[in-house]
Ligand binder design. Structure first.
Ligand code: SAM
Length: 278
C-alpha cells in the first residue's frame, strides 16, 4: 500500500531541480515541429495548493519555489510561465506538478501518458488534466506498463521517472526498467529523479548506469546540506539519458545560482557532470 503523498513536499528544493530540468528538456523538444510523447511514470496529483494543510504542515516550498523571485531568473521564464498559468489570480497559491508543467509545453500534435498508482492522487490527477484530451491518465503500475509504450509512434519522447522510493528495492527496479526501456527505444530521453538519503545507495545506482553500456548520461544534483548519516533527504538529483545538447551548459549556469539562493548557511551545494559520454 502506497503512503507517499507529494502534496506534503510540492515546490520544495527537490521539485525545483526536477522541474527545471524537465522544463529545459521540454523547451528543447518543442524547438522542432515534429510531435513528441511525454510519459510520466510517477505523475502525482498534477497540481498542489500551497495553502493546504498538507503543504503547510512541513512548509517545504518556502525553502524551494518560495525563495525564487521570477524577475531575478530570466533564464527560467518558461518555468515561471508554467507556474503562472496555474495561478490566474497571480501570486503563488498553486504549484504545478510534472504533468501540468509538461502540458503547458504540449502542442496539438503532442501526446502524454501519465501513470499514478495512488487512488486519491489518481482521481485528483484525472480532474487536474481533464481539459487536455491529448493526455491519457492510467491508474496502473508504470514499472510494469512502461515497456508496452515503447517505442512511441512519434519516435520522439521524454520519459520522466520520479518514484517515491518507498521500498528499498525501488532503486534496483527503476534501473532495470530504464535499461530495458532504453533497449526498446534507445533514442528517447529518460530523466530519473533520486533522493540522497543514503549516499552509498546513490553511488551504487550511479555505478549501475556507468556500467550499463548506455551512452550519453548526465547527472545534476542540488543539495541543501552535505551528506549526513541522520534521517532525511539532504539533496536530490536527476540522471538524464540522451539529454538535449544544451542541458549541461544551462545547468552549469543555473545550479551555482540555485545553490547560492537556497543556502541557509548549512553548506548548500550542486554537482553537474557527465556520467557517460556520448
Ligand atoms: N512527478 C510528480 C511531480 O513532479 O509533480 C511527483 C510524483 S511523486 C514523487 C511519486 C508518485 O508516484 C506518487 O504519487 C506515488 O503514488 C506514485 N507511484 C509510486 N509507485 C508507482 C508506480 N509503480 N506506478 C505508478 N505510480 C506510482
Amino acid at each position: 500500500m502506497l503512503s507517499y503523498r507529494h502534496s506534503f513536499h510540492a515546490g520544495n528544493f527537490a521539485d525545483l531541480l526536477k522541474h527545471i530540468v524537465l522544463t529545459e528538456i521540454l523547451e528543447h523538444l518543442i524547438k522542432k515541429d515534429k510531435p513528441f510523447d511525454y510519459i510520466d511514470t510517477h505523475a502525482g496529483a498534477g497540481l498542489y495548493d500551497l495553502q493546504s494543510d498538507q503543504a503547510e504542515k512541513l512548509g517545504e516550498f518556502s525553502n524551494g519555489i518560495g525563495q525564487l523571485k521570477p524577475e531575478q531568473w530570466p533564464a527560467l521564464a518558461s518555468y515561471f510561465a508554467a507556474i503562472s498559468r496555474c495561478n490566474p489570480k497571480g501570486g503563488l497559491r498553486f504549484y504545478p506538478g510534472s504533468p501540468l508543467i509538461a502540458s503547458h509545453f504540449m502542442r496539438p500534435q503532442d501526446r502524454a501518458t501519465l501513470y499514478e498508482l495512488h487512488p486519491t492522487d489518481f482521481k485528483l490527477l484525472s480532474q487536474n488534466t481533464r481539459s487536455n484530451r491529448r493526455i491519457r491518465v492510467l491508474n496502473q503500475d508504470s514499472l510494469e506498463g512502461l515497456l508496452s509504450l515503447l517505442p512511441p509512434a512519434s519516435r520522439r519522447a521524454l520519459v520522466l521517472m520520479d518514484p517515491s522510493y518507498e521500498i528499498k528495492s525501488d532503486y534496483d527496479q527503476v534501473f532495470k526498467v530504464l535499461k530495458n526501456a532504453h533497449k526498446k527505444f534507445a533514442t528517447g530521453t529518460y530523466a530519473l529523479w533520486y533522493p540522497v538519503v543514503d549516499r552509498h545507495r546513490i553511488r551504487k545506482l550511479e555505478k549501475l548506469f556507468i556500467s550499463s553500456g548506455i551512452r550519453n548520461i548526465q547527472r545534476f544534483e542540488l543539495g541543501l546540506e552535505p551528506d549526513s548519516a541522520e534521517r532525511g533527504m539532504t539533496s536530490s538529483g536527476m540522471i538524464v539519458i540522451n539529454p538535449p545538447w544544451t542541458l549541461l551548459e544551462q545547468m552549469k549556469t543555473l545550479l551555482p545560482q540555485l545553490a547560492d539562493t537556497l543556502d541557509k548557511g548549512k553548506g548548500a551545494f550542486y554537482s553537474c557532470d557527465t556520467l557517460v559520454p556520448e
